[in-house]
Design a protein around this ligand. Structure first.
Ligand code: ATP
Ligand code: MG
Length: 462
């Protein structure tokens, strides 16, 4: 028997590395400068969490016993910004990298839901760590790699747990955004949410009503693209309905059709999990069937139908994305993908050209992803053939593009100047002529060749 197969022998989970972390020179210099001036100074928050997980941090937060004016004096003559000064934050630029250096502090309430109303500077690191949201985010590390971890953050990192620092209910009542942050960390890190923290999330979800839409938006985007987004959606539908009540009927939607082996919410989750982890695609999957409950009918045979649901879903998606203040580009793209998620695209060059023209190349391929993911969330035996067909459509579209085919006016071999030179007066007629030619090119009636097109508009050029 192999050693590792012996009964009772357990795999040791790799724990955090003890010391010698890869800290960039800029952060080191700041830590050294403040320590050299006699202040306490630590790395804190996400960067310590990520160093301990063995993942490169994407930003470096520093906390110190120095008051903001003392920090500024330490970096006199250097490039610093005091935008967060009221809250104790001085931003120091080192080698073009901004580092936020924040005085140890406690926080007052968040009545505007963006920043605490006031902060109190304190001299004890523990108090600063106590105001932080989750134990894994409340670990400080000094230059030698020594850790200050009064709330058991390392144990929770090893166990893969999101746990509030202190009493969960109170922490969510102080700042409702923490409800979304807990779910975001759960989804992104793939950690479980500790039981008392989980209960407090459900109970205090209405605190989200007081949180600025932009803050919810930023957490939601990270959450949906996280590795465990599906688990979080499954376990916390009530939280999502808090800011998007339009989802409520979908959560309880039953669908009796040969196509579906899941109810509405489970199908949505499975489809979302099957989609690539980008914001527009994950949003499109989350919202693609939002209109189904409003379109449900049941025929004499007991089969459910949802005629017209993509249009209603698109309307709801538009409303929901506006409410969370998504940028126009993302909103319009998601709405388009939701609106067309049910279209049948025949696997013929002519049809593919038309859809490429209507959507543009990027959105066309995204739509194929949406359709693939939607099928993946359905009864597999029936979805199999449609998945194969989608692969054929993709291959055919790629071939058309490689051949340099024309899909939009800008690809047409002639332009407005040619039409005017051929005798059409400047104005809407020029566009009509070009569009008419494009239609014929897309349907394969005429080739996209300059000579042919010029001849058709009666030009004497060439
Ligand atoms: P990320 O990887 O997204 O940057 P992060 O943990 O660094 O994760 P930030 O928003 O950069 O998150 O915040 C830095 C630190 O500030 C957190 O680790 C946490 O200690 C604290 N923090 C941030 N937002 C809150 C909040 N709403 N309530 C309490 N503490 C917070
Ligand atoms: Mg951070």
């Amino acid at each position: 028997m192999e050693r590792s197969d012996r009964p009772g022998r357990r795999e040791q989970k790799p724990g955090p590395r003890p010391a010698k972390f890869d800290i960039p020179a800029g952060a080191r210099q700041i830590l050294q400068a403040l320590a050299g001036a006699g202040y306490e100074v630590h790395l804190v928050g996400g960067c310590v969490r990520d160093l301990l997980r063995g993942v490169p941090p994407h930003d470096w937060d520093i906390c110190t016993s120095a008051r903001p004016d003392q920090t500024r004096r330490c970096f006199a003559g250097r490039c610093i910004a005091g935008t967060g000064l009221k809250h104790g934050t001085v931003t120091v630029l080192e080698g073009d990298e901004p580092y936020e250096v924040t005085t140890y502090r406690t926080e007052g309430p968040y009545s505007d839901s963006r920043r605490p109303d006031h902060v109190c500077f304190v001299s004890d690191l523990r108090e600063d760590l106590a105001r932080r949201d989750f134990t894994i985010n409340a670990i400080a590390m000094d230059l030698d790699g020594d850790l200050h971890d009064p709330f058991g953050g390392r144990d929770d990192l090893r166990a893969g747990l999101i746990r509030c620092v202190g009493e969960p209910a109170l922490r969510f009542q102080e700042d409702g955004l923490r409800v979304m942050r807990a779910l975001r960390f759960g989804a992104v890190l793939g950690y479980a949410i500790e039981e008392k923290t989980a209960q407090a999330i459900h109970k205090n979800r209405a605190m989200l009503n007081r949180v600025a839409a932009e803050r919810i938006n930023a957490e939601l985007c990270q959450l949906l693209t996280g590795q465990n987004a599906g688990h979080i959606l499954r376990a916390y539908p009530d939280v999502f309905c808090q800011f998007w009540p339009q989802l409520e009927p979908l959560i309880t939607l039953e669908q009796h059709t040969p196509w579906h082996c899941w109810d509405g919410w489970e199908h949505t989750i499975r489809a979302l999990e099957a989609a690539p982890a980008t914001v527009p695609l994950r949003l499109a999957m989350l919202l693609h069937d939002a209109g189904k409950p409003g379109c449900k009918s049941t025929d004499a045979g007991g089969i459910d139908h949802f005629y017209g649901h993509p249009s209603l879903s698109a309307r709801l998606a538009d409303e929901m994305l506006r409410a969370l203040k998504f940028d126009n580009r993302t909103r319009e793209r998601v709405v388009t993908l939701v609106k067309y998620h049910g279209v049948q695209i025949p696997c013929q060059d002519r049809a593919i050209r038309k859809w490429l023209n209507r959507l543009g190349v990027e959105a066309f391929f995204q739509l194929l992803e949406v359709k693939r993911a939607d099928n993946m969330g359905q009864a597999f035996q029936l979805a199999k053939d449609r998945l194969a067909e989608l692969d054929q459509i993709r291959a055919a579209a790629e071939a058309l593009i490689t051949q340099g085919e024309c899909f939009s006016l800008k690809d047409l071999a002639i332009n407005g100047r040619d039409v005017i030179a051929a005798g059409t007066a400047q104005g809407p007629e020029v566009g009509r002529t070009l569009n008419g030619l494009l239609e014929q090119v897309l349907s394969g009636q005429i080739p996209n060749e300059r000579r042919v097109l010029l001849a058709l508009i009666g030009s004497r050029q060439d």
